[in-house]
Design a binder for this molecule. Structure first.
Ligand code: FES
Length: 270
């Protein structure tokens, strides 16, 4: 894992496009940042200019690297992300980052038999795609399990395939792939691939993560989860993102957002 210093700076917008209903991808000219972050880390995005409304920055995972910098994937759901969605090519946004810890990949990369299973629910695929890019660059086989409510909300399918990742899809309404939950595909695949040395990396809604953790515990497969939380500062100062772990409370922004799946006290986390 790279050691990197957080930095605050303005970055030029290369593109800001709608990729699905309510979902956008913004590309920023941030070459230096693209080389120094660890997949799973995030940035705090300031969307306002010359005003303090909205007051807080938006935490967004670094979704991808490109030849020109980085991409962030976000859902336009509140005032901050609505403002972000209206920003145009040529403008700029201020970022604080990279923040948080990132996925632990050293053991996976060293292991010639390793296979990574990435499990993304909805826009939970955001931090997992940059992880997939990184693992593929290191010749690690990656299989992805991508779930959504319906086919319109499936994100990243084409990009994952382009980077050599096998893609298994699930939609709750059955409009694409398996009808049901993505965790059902994961469980079946782990059972069918007992000979492989699998590590699971997951991000998505809490019920999905809890099911991933249950499956991985039962099948004795190591898993890391990326958690989201209400974040005000993003740097460990406000204590607003505390989460219950088996070793007491930890901060999602500073100790995470990536945690070993078995480390979280899933009974008491909110
Ligand atoms: Fe402030 Fe985590 S967001 S401590």
């Amino acid at each position: 894992m790279k050691k990197n210093k957080k930095k605050i700076d303005d970055y030029k917008i290369i593109a800001n496009i709608k990729i699905a209903p309510d979902y956008y991808e913004i590309e920023l000219a941030a070459i230096e940042l693209s080389k120094k972050f660890n997949p799973g880390q995030f940035v705090q995005v300031q969307v306002q200019e010359n005003t303090t409304d909205p007051f807080l920055r938006i935490p967004l995972a670094i979704h991808a690297t490109s030849s020109k910098g980085i991409k962030l994937l976000y859902k336009a759901v509140g005032r901050g992300t609505e403002i972000l969605s209206q920003k145009e090519k040529g403008g700029s946004v201020n970022l604080l980052g990279p923040l948080g810890n990132g996925f632990t990949t050293d053991q996976v990369i060293k292991n010639k038999k390793a296979v990574a299973f990435i499990v993304g629910g909805g826009h939970g695929i955001a931090p997992l795609y940059s992880l997939a890019q990184f693992l593929r660059q290191n010749k690690i086989p990656v299989e992805s399990f991508v779930g959504a409510g319906s086919c319109e909300e499936i994100l990243c399918e084409t990009n994952l395939k382009k980077c050599g990742v096998e893609v298994c899809l699930a939609t709750e309404n059955g409009t694409k792939g398996h009808r049901g939950f993505v965790t059902e595909l994961l469980e079946k695949s782990i059972k069918n691939n007992k000979e492989k040395e699998i590590t699971v990396f997951a991000c998505g809604p809490r019920p999905m993560l809890k099911e991933v953790v249950r499956i991985c515990k039962k099948e004795n497969v190591p898993a890391q989860v990326s958690l989201d939380a209400y974040m005000a500062c993003g740097i460990g100062a406000c204590k607003g993102c505390a989460i219950a772990t088996k070793e007491g409370y930890k901060l999602v922004c500073k100790d995470g957002p990536i945690f070993d799946a078995q480390e979280i006290d899933w009974e008491n986390e909110s």
